[in-house]
Design a protein around this ligand. Structure first.
Ligand code: CA
Length: 558
């Protein structure tokens, strides 16, 4: 057991600048604890200084708040109380057990490649953002690992992750035009006081918007010691993923503590998309830039609400009951509306519809005998009606979480919610899920083995019950005053958008962004049915309602 050095001295500012510009900072073995000494302790201290867990001068250009951080170590190479305090905050920020010791789990995470932007939770300039939405970028140089065309395509794709969910646009300009964001591929000491470290370790870093990064504001540097790749599977470090992450910093985002978010500090392979946590962060700074369009009058004479599904991007299939109680189908093929197609049957409810794969549609209705009936499109023809039994006192909610999987939900004669599913080869019996329903259920799936259902309760509020892959939740009260059944759709993992008719007969919207529920947004209109909703892509929602003239109306978010 090492003992504390009696010769320990305070580290000067100049020494700290020197130490934090050396990059030999990943400790070699686990087990270090307070009182230990040696080069491995110094490496641990370098790591904690570099990534924002102790007060250090290299944090300043990143706009990082040093107040509240652990003091620097009294001596490099001596595991003192300051070092333990910094290690504890590292463990806490990254969701590890807080031991204050360099245990195996902590060392394993430290060995992963990551972003060079510090993790400090508080930033002096947190919330700093560009005061314009049309930003420019330019290349000071390119990587020899890729052609310039490959780099340009990858960088544009990375910017596109953020422009898709904000009003921001990004345009390449020559360096002579003074671009907002300067892109460099550089190794080792490249003049900004944050030297790169050779292959692995730090992959890249970027600086906050003005005034945060000073002259470096928005600039994004990639470690040329890495092998940059644009292939999938990756043959090196995926440039789209790392650039997408770094541009998040260049736009004003700090690191996310959500493992799996694009803004998570550690690189775990190609991840070319923004997650709910990333979207919430960037939209808090710049807004979504997206809006609602409509109402579009699609005609028809409806005697029910609408069922809607989508089996491809920019594809919509709507189903309604006509004046003859038959089911009618109208669809959008990407360029125009077609229909109405008469699909027969005698309906005593609105139709429900879902798609589990390309060119596949499954519809469900209640028949005159109150049984559930199923009719489906297999890509070339309509089949059914198949009698699925039950005694229904409502329309149907339907969702699908996998190819050839169907989950249906109805209200029974006891006003409970009942569930019947198709597992790819046979139909289950009816499962009683409880509750006291005053509407048809709505259902959606945002991922494998995930189902979210919504109903109106006896208090006219919206209630939520979900399947997490192993069990059903209780009923969550989401409030509101509903005068119809709810509708629900999802355009991303862990995203839910609910629509209802309110007491004023307008359509109201409430959504889950992955971490919390919004309030109720009034979308207007005068509805004479419950809404229907579907999504065919990220940030895209299509809703359908019956108007006071019994026509079908369409309102969409893009
Ligand atoms: Ca590196």
């Amino acid at each position: 057991m090492a003992t504390r050095s009696k010769k320990a001295k305070t580290v000067s500012e100049a020494e700290l600048v020197q130490l934090t510009s050396e990059k030999d900072y990943v400790p070699q073995s686990a087990g270090l604890a307070e009182g230990d000494q040696g080069p491995d302790v110094a490496r641990l201290q370098h790591y904690l200084l570099d990534f924002g867990y102790m007060q250090a001068p290299n944090l300043e250009p990143f706009g990082a708040e040093t107040r509240g951080l652990a003091e620097p170590p009294a001596a490099m190479g001596v595991f003192d109380d300051n070092t333990a305090q910094a290690l504890e905050s590292f463990q806490q920020f990254n969701g590890l057990p807080v031991t204050g010791k360099l245990d195996e789990a902590t060392l394993e995470l430290m060995n992963k490649p990551r972003c060079g932007f510090p993790d400090v939770a508080e930033f002096v300039l947190q919330g700093s953002k560009w005061n314009k939405t049309h930003l420019t970028y330019g290349y000071q140089n390119f990587t020899p690992d890729l052609t310039q065309a490959q780099t340009r395509t990858a960088i544009a794709q990375a910017f596109g992750l953020w422009s898709a969910v904000t009003p921001l646009t990004f345009t390449e300009v020559p360096m002579g035009s003074n671009p907002d964001i300067v892109i460099r591929f550089v190794a080792g000491n490249h003049g900004d006081g944050n030297n790169f470290d050779g292959p692995g370790g730090v992959l890249a870093h970027a600086y906050y918007p003005p005034p945060g990064g000073g002259a470096l504001a928005g600039d994004t540097h990639f470690d040329e010691a890495e092998t940059w790749s644009v292939n999938l599977p990756a043959s090196g470090i995926d440039l789209v993923t790392v650039a997408g992450h770094e541009f998040g910093h260049a736009l004003g985002l700090a690191h996310s503590q959500v493992n799996g978010a694009l803004m998570y500090a550690y690189y775990g392979g190609p991840h070319r998309k923004v997650e709910a946590d990333d979207i919430a962060g960037i939209q808090a700074l710049y807004g979504s830039g997206k809006k609602w369009y409509g109402w579009e009058n699609l005609g028809g004479i409806l005697t029910s609400g609408i069922g809607v599904s989508s089996w491809a991007a920019n594809r919509l299939d709507c189903f309604v009951r006509g004046t003859d109680n038959r089911m009618y189908h109208k669809w959008w093929n990407g360029s125009s509306w077609l229909g109405w197609e008469n699909l027969g049957g005698i309906l005593t409810s609105a139709p429900a519809a879902v798609s589990w794969g390309p060119n596949r549609i499954d519809t469900f209705v209640r028949g005159t005998d109150n049984r559930m009936y199923h009719k489906w499109w297999n890509g070339s023809s309509w089949l059914g009606w198949e009698n699925l039994g039950g005694v229904l006192t409502s329309g149907i909610g339907v969702s699908s979480w996998a190819t050839n999987r169907l989950d249906t939900f109805v209200r029974g004669t006891d006003n409970r919610m009942w569930h019947k599913w198709w597992n790819g080869s046979s139909w289950s019996g009816w499962e009683n899920l409880g509750g006291i329903l005053t509407s048809a259920p709505a259902a959606v799936s945002w991922g494998p083995n995930r189902i979210d259902t919504f109903v109106r309760g006896t208090d006219n509020a919206m209630w939520h019950k979900w399947w997490n892959g192993s069990s059903w939740s209780g009923w969550e009260n989401l409030g509101g005053v509903l005068t119809s059944a709810p509708a629900v759709c999802s355009w991303a993992a862990n995203r839910l958008d609910c629509f209802v008719r309110g007491a004023d007969n307008a359509m109201w919207h409430k959504w889950w962004n992955g971490s919390s529920w919004s309030g109720w947004e009034n979308l207007g209109g005068v509805l004479t049915s419950e809404p229907a909703a579907v999504s065919w892509g990220a940030n895209r929602i299509d809703t359908f309602v019956r108007g006071t003239d019994n026509r079908m109306y369409h309102k969409w978010y893009a």
